[in-house]
Write a new protein. Structure first.
Length: 339
């Protein structure tokens, strides 16, 4: 039983990690948003920091969070036909902080098609400003803390007409524990990154630097690499998160993780929160073997600056991303939601 459970969790890691996208940026300005105040003209430029949003006191009785003079958020009315046999799993990364609640700064929807032996994964930016049913307009990364998986699921349905059947969530400690238990990982960094850090390798100006190409990282460095935000955009974070997940998968496979089930079982059990049962996961195992043989069976998607427009909320001055629902459906969801 234990071997089956850990093997199933590794299947999820496999599906998340394969077939990285080559491009996240589109520097062309989208049409239909001439009234929006841009934060920056270059999507790769350094954004201002997004303040932490305490939510613990609001979980029981959340109220509307609308701001005056903000752009209208109109959830999509476009309908997508759900393919037969499709299984959708929401993958969440929590930044839990004691006494302050948490947000889910990793928000990915994994779609698996057992009948066709294919899968796709779609990454949403943490600052995507959407309609949360019963609450109002807010960042997508507070849906889970405000209302658990039920609200995250309802938010996806209301805004994008897609349904999540299950979820998996981990936090900082769980993430670092997984990486360190593997003896670190080698991340194939997609580009240069230099940003503030509080790590032993920091330079005199308290910066850590990663150059493009293979880079060894322990758990603490990998977490910094995924979360760095002062010198790059939200879109670059999506790419870096995917690079790290892929590196974890590669290390697991190189160590023949299946044979190390006794060592890994307790780590996974304490590091992952999920509503997936063993009976839910086992039918998905054959898909993983097909993707191993042919990585093109897994397609990867992420919102870019032409589909999620940077905007400053007038009242609070907070930086958010306004979704272009029609374009998101045309360029991403219609493709990701197809076997």
């Amino acid at each position: 039983m234990r071997k089956k459970i850990i093997f199933s969790l590794l299947i999820i890691a496999l599906l998340v990690g394969c077939n990285l996208p080559a491009q996240f940026y589109n520097t062309q300005s989208p049409s239909g948003f001439s009234n929006i105040k841009w934060i920056k003209s270059d999507p790769k430029a350094a954004p201002t920091a997004t303040p932490f949003l305490p939510v613990m006191e609001n979980i029981a009785t959340p109220g509307p969070t609308q701001e005056a003079n903000q752009p209208e958020i109109v959830p999509t009315e476009i309908k997508s036909q759900r393919p037969d046999g499709q299984v959708n799993i929401l993958i969440l990364g929590s930044d839990y902080r004691p006494e302050s609640g948490y947000r889910t700064d990793v928000f990915m929807l994994l779609s698996i098609y057992p009948n066709e032996g294919t899968a796709s994964i779609l990454s949403f930016p943490r600052d995507l400003y959407v309609y949360l049913p019963g609450i109002g307009n807010q960042r997508i990364n507070v849906a889970q803390p405000f209302g658990g998986f039920a609200l995250s699921k309802a938010t996806l349905e209301e805004n994008f007409n897609v349904t999540a059947d299950y979820y998996i969530m981990t936090n900082f400690q769980g993430f670092m524990g997984i990486v360190n238990s593997l003896g670190g990982i080698t991340v194939n960094a997609g580009g240069y990154l230099s940003d503030k850090c509080d790590l032993p390798q920091a330079d005199a100006e308290k910066n850590c630097t990663v150059f493009g190409g293979p880079t060894y990282m322990n758990g603490e460095t990998a977490l910094w690499y995924v979360r760095s935000r002062y010198s790059t955009s939200d879109f670059d974070r999506l790419r870096r998160a995917q690079e790290v997940v892929f590196a974890i998968f590669e290390k697991l496979m190189s160590l023949d993780a299946i044979s190390r089930v006794p060592d890994l079982y307790n780590m996974y059990l304490s590091s992952v929160e999920t509503n997936l049962s063993l009976s839910d996961i086992l039918p998905l195992v054959p898909v993983a073997s097909k993707i191993l043989a042919d990585p093109s069976r897994l397609r990867r998607y992420a919102l870019s600056v032409d589909q999620a427009v940077p905007y400053v909320l007038p009242e609070s001055g907070a930086n958010v991303l306004i979704p272009n629902y029609e374009l998101i459906h045309q360029t991403i969801i219609d493709s990701a939601y197809t076997p």
